[in-house]
Design a protein around this ligand. Sequence first.
Ligand code: IVH
Length: 692
Amino acid sequence: MNSVEAKTRIEELSQTLWQHNYNYYILSQPSISDFEFDHLLKELEKLEAQFPEFALPNSPTQQVGGDITKNFSQVKHKYPMLSLGNTYSQEEIQEVDDRIRKSIGDEFEYVCELKFDGLAISITYENGKLLRAVTRGDGVQGDDVTANVKTIRSIPQQLIGNFPPLFDIRGEIFMHRKTFERLNNELKKELLEQGVDEDKIPERLYKNPRNFASGSLKMQDSKEVAKRSLDAFLYFVYTDENLCNTHAESLKLAESWGFKVSDHFRICKNITEVMVFIKQYDIERSKLSYEIDGVVIKVNEYRHQKELGFTAKVPRWAISYKYKAETAISKLLKVSYQVGRTGAITPVANLVPVQLAGTTVKRASLYNADEIERLDLYEHDTVFVEKGGEIIPKITGVDSSKRDLFAQKIAYITHCPECKTELIRKEGEAIHYCPNDSHCPPQLIGRMEHFISRRAMNIEGLGSETVAGLFHKGLIKSYADLFELSYEQLNGVEFELEEDAEGKKKKRSIKEKGAENIIKGIEASKAIPFERVLFALGIRMIGETVAKKLAQHFGTIEKIIAATAQEIAEVHEIGEKIAENLTRFFADEENVNLVMRLKEYGLCMEVVYDPNETRSSVLEGQTFLVSGTFSMSRDELKKLIERNGGKNVGSISKSLNYLIAGDKMGPEKLKKASDLNIKMISEEDFMNMISA
Ligand code: IVH
């Protein structure tokens, strides 16, 4: 490489690495793997060593990384938070060992620990009380996240035993895999219940537990953090005076003060024992309830650590060995296609079963048609499967040299595998859809799941799996059918659950108590107010807020069904798209019939006004005159005034407080109001007054 090329490449690499640092530390959304990052960083380090004159002053090789965010106060670390040198190769570990031996001789031990994949935290304890918790930040100073850290149960707020009066302890905050899956699903469900389109929600809102943990710790509301069930392992004690002689002893001491210290550490006498530890956990790591991304190897004796010291950035007495994302080779059996609850199609690769990261992998996601194209996938291809930060395995490549001579290229399906309707692909989108939302089985089940959900009809005793089971048993085809179910029909029903990730189907049955609860839950749902029933219907784009607005404006389901798209679009803040979806839904006679059946079963299909209901008293003592036309009827508006403590009057006088001016207000009224200096407000101003 000549010097011009080197200069260009150094600048290019620096730019790229800055961006990835930002993605990683600030956004908590890395776009490349650690392995790729380290690879780029090493390339830059090498070039800078060769051409030091081109190294940029704030080169990524000079940084420890940074996760400082603007919403927390900054605290300087008493002991800088350094990172560790890392390697993916056992030869390099051997080289480090050689160097250490040259420097301090052979009389020492290593401690091997797991490298927890979370985020580093430094916690200061004063007289046994948790004083402050700070993130790593740029290594010199970090974010004060004390309030959030105090919500983590495994981090003691008060120590026990014989602890020093002031010390720092370092560790890793992380999220267990199970918690990650549960919270991701809950978050997704919540978004769905809020009316967000499923195809707008990624399969996993957070890519992996590390990102989720990091995102959680940076939340402003500690109450929310507490819900994230974070956990922590502590692994390094910093004190001014000597407490003990070795790192392993310090871990035992920390444990005796009440800290959670991982059991998975081992004193190793030599590098062979270190390698055994590395190998052992490469196999066992998939069985841990949390993710690790490597092993940290530390010289055990403090006096040796002191002797070895530090380079500019990292200690010479410790290094981390990082595991590569695990890959396996398998063969494609066939591509199958799953239909999601909104009709989105996901292609899935069915593979010859292969062991990967402790589990048997039989399938891998292919995401969409573009991905199949990108992989250039053919029938029976030999494929590379990888399990990286994400939990679902993916195909990273194809070994085309092993391809059968007559193998056909994978052709994407044109029709829905469930209902045979021709698929559509919206312009600019990668996903194919089945447009048959009223008859395609998974879409019907999806609508029923939404119908029974907590924010919609909140039918207790009935869950998604049961709904799907009842559908497959032929007991229900639509949400209206729920209201015809009897205890006798439900009691003793046995059904199969959908296939899990491993392709296994489990059985479930409804017993007496379960049947009783379902019937009770269905009956209780008849008290759910109209706006939630409207939301429960699962009409595209009709989320909770829109349903509320529509219910308030039109008052009854009949008026909504009869409304034109234009009338709907004119309702405050409801646009044409929503109006179009709504009218399209009710243009289908089957949907109208369904809704009418629901009404017959006793569901609430109109707004019930309680004459005594006061929603608030924000308008107490104020008089209003309503004039002109509005997005809601004048009566509706007057009701809103009354329900918020205001008083309606029929004419303009000096004592009038507000004139709510709509469209087409008479000119005389306008003149009189301005002559008398009456405050004139718009419908929007008024809505703001009552929602403040
Ligand atoms: S010791 C000076 N031990 O890895 C030594 N670090 O790349 C300080 N980490 O920032 C670190 N598990 O966030 C240490 N058992 C362990 C660890 C560990 C995970 C993280 C830590 C650190 C990073 C270094």
